[in-house]
Design a binder for this molecule. Sequence first.
Ligand SMILES: [Zn+2]
Length: 436
Amino acid sequence: MAYQGLTTTYAADSFITDSAAAGTALSSGYKTNSGVIAMDPSKTKPYETVAEIAKKSGMKVGIVSSVSIDHATPACFYAHEPSRKNYHEIGMQLAVSDFDYFAGGGLKKPVSPDGKTDAYKVAEENGFTVTRTREDFLALKPGVGKVFAVSPELDADKALNYAIDGQTLTLGEFTRKGIELLDGPQGFFMMIEGGKIDWSCHANDAVTTIKDTLAFDEAVAAGLEFAARHPEETLVVVTGDHETGGLTIGFAGTEYSTYLDYLGGQTMSFIAFDKVLDEYRKNTSLGDARLEDLKEEIEKAFGLVILGDDERKRLDLLAANGDTKAEERLYFSLTEEELREVEKAFVRSMNKEEEKAGDKETYLIYGGYEPLTVTLTHTLNNKAGFAWTTYAHTGVPVPTFAQGVGADQFTGYYDNTDIGKMLISAVGARALTASR
Ligand SMILES: [Zn+2]
């Protein structure tokens, strides 16, 4: 993209922001406290968002995310709530919204606590066509009216699967359909979030993060293709609401080297491997549990090889005689120290100790995640020369990219509230042109 900048992300009350405060800055141009959805820090005054301004000025509006559509970032564009955790209230604001296109994840709490109100039903009563299958989604054509397109498969948090685990509909497809449905003489504003990039960073799983970033890249490509067809009237901006995990290329154990080929061996997300482990735990008594039993599953999931002493000796011998297959297996095998950490984590996982995250020392090592799984992703990432500093967000600035009308404003070093302001001015300028 033609223009780049660097963006600070801090919240009104914290140097390290959450997605609610960051989303509010991007949608409204104002700072707020972490946890607050498009309202001021006192949680009394709603902030008008770029999406609402666009809608008011006659443009069509779409909101897309790979996480649940009532999650903090998407919510910051269409809802106003004192707490991001008010999922039902946020879902209800979506249901009565006059926006044109919601797509991606579902709703976390569609039904009210008293069981009387269902946000999906209210959305339909309010004119939304709700789709839940690939066929119904692909059949949507311009003129259909308001659409709420829910991913055919949803995880426990009502989000899309990770891209690495396979998706019936991708973020790119949700974006392309949005463009098809929203495009028209009145113009449109669309916010697309690759939200699961954040989640896999929380879990310190680099390969799953990379694959979800590539899935997000397909959405960006869709935007840029549209922009290429309408270069005089389109602005595309790509940014992060914050950094997560402190992922860095560079690890103390590998110094100046990287070994990216390790990453190619991973075939599933941390969450998919958690399920494999769950299955094993269900079918194995504590006394019978052996890491060896999971050897093949670990190799299949992460490409990491667990070798017994005898097999290592045998492979060493073969490798010394130029056997490249043996060499490769040794290359992907866990070292003694790595194996020790994996064994320790295996015992913790078998004892279901992930809930011990309250204990500071345990949290530092496993972050409240499944001990075996997070140890395997850490090991794989470190072998590749990648490292993580946290299971939460960080305060580092994020890159911002822009292309199209007014994109040159997005160069330099600025705050996330400036992005909100520049988007609002871009939408305002568009509305002015349209009314002339
Ligand atoms: Zn996060």
